[in-house]
Design a protein around this ligand. Structure first.
Ligand code: A3P
Length: 300
């Protein structure tokens, strides 16, 4: 239960966090004591969005933080996938977390976790019963989204970049190029099987990233259930913004926001025959993924 005077309905953690930030309270030790007096502490995550890159990880984290019992780490922390950060130790990681009340759960997202070999073992060592969220999209769409992000980065630096079709097909064999990272990352089952060497399948929840775009609430209800949280996120918290073309977030009557423009880029047109070839390539991996997770998607 929340402490006296704190309602489930009011996402006070948002107000607290903003206020603490504004006053730069976190800078002094005496401040730490003041925050502790208000029962605000930094807690290690009890759930992590481990991926997948371009699956909708930011949208999922932001939407979950609409829940009054959820507090998010705003930045990607990259503790478990970055050797230098990992060497800084668990107290460094905890320090990166936002202040929260003891009854709240902290969530972070770092999509590189899903595909980085060392990560499952490292997370297991921190907390073997942690809850793991994986948000996926139709693999070919995700690969195009991944490509689009890299392309935009190159264009910003006035650099050229090959066409998607040239990268995803190996010119020597005319087969799908599994050396290309955007292709590899979409072979979800390959990475999941590695995670399953450390965690039982019950500790994972798969989120449908394509559905989160067009109809987020049912997906969020499933996550609330998985996290053993009372169902609090409602239609009130999510509104479709026609200009943005996406659902945006309403925390309360004061705060609302849409995700940054880097989320929801326009994808380049892809040669339909290449798209089909990719879909054909991903098909058997997808079947395995459905079988393992117990969640089936209408992917081609
Ligand atoms: P696109 O840019 O391909 O459209 P990630 O946060 O993991 O990088 O995922 C980015 C994707 O989140 C975007 O991919 C976008 O489609 C999706 N997304 C889901 N819900 C969204 C929302 N409400 N606002 C903006 N993007 C959203």
């Amino acid at each position: 239960m929340p402490p006296a005077g704190v309602s489930w309905q009011t996402p006070l953690h948002t107000l607290w966090h903003k206020q603490a930030h504004r006053l730069k309270l976190h800078r002094t030790n005496s401040t730490r004591e003041k925050l502790q007096m208000h029962h605000l502490i930094k807690q290690l995550p009890r759930a992590i969005i481990i991926g997948v890159r371009k699956g909708g990880t930011r949208a999922l984290l932001e939407m979950l933080s609409l829940h009054p019992a959820v507090v998010k780490a705003s930045q990607e922390v990259h503790f478990f996938d970055n050797d230098q950060n990992y060497a800084r130790g668990i107290d460094w990681y905890r320090e990166k977390m936002p202040f929260s009340f003891p009854h709240q759960i902290t969530i972070e997202k770092s999509p590189a976790y899903f595909i980085t070999e060392e990560v499952p073992e490292r997370i297991f060592k921190m907390n073997s019963s942690i809850k793991l969220l994986v948000i996926v999209r139709e693999p070919t769409t995700r690969a195009v989204s991944d490509y689009t992000q890299v392309l935009e980065g190159k264009e910003r630096k006035n650099k050229t970049y090959d066409k998607f079709e040239e990268l995803v097909i190996d010119t020597n064999t005319c087969e799908v190029n599994t050396k290309y990272k955007a292709v590899r990352t979409s072979i979800y089952t390959k990475y999941l099987e590695h995670w399953l060497k450390y965690f039982p399948v019950e500790q994972f929840h798969v989120v449908d990233g394509d559905r989160l775009i067009i109809d987020p609430l049912p997906e969020l209800k499933l996550v609330e259930h998985f996290l053993n949280l009372p169902s609090k996120i409602s239609h009130y918290n999510l509104y479709f913004n026609a200009t943005r073309g996406f659902f945006c977030l309403r925390y309360n009557f004061i705060f609302n926001k849409c995700l940054a423009g880097s989320k929801g880029r326009i994808h380049p047109d892809v040669d339909p025959s290449i798209k089909e070839k990719l879909q054909h390539f991903f098909y058997p991996f997808n079947q395995k993924f459905y079988q393992i997770t117990g969640r089936t998607f209408n992917w081609p």
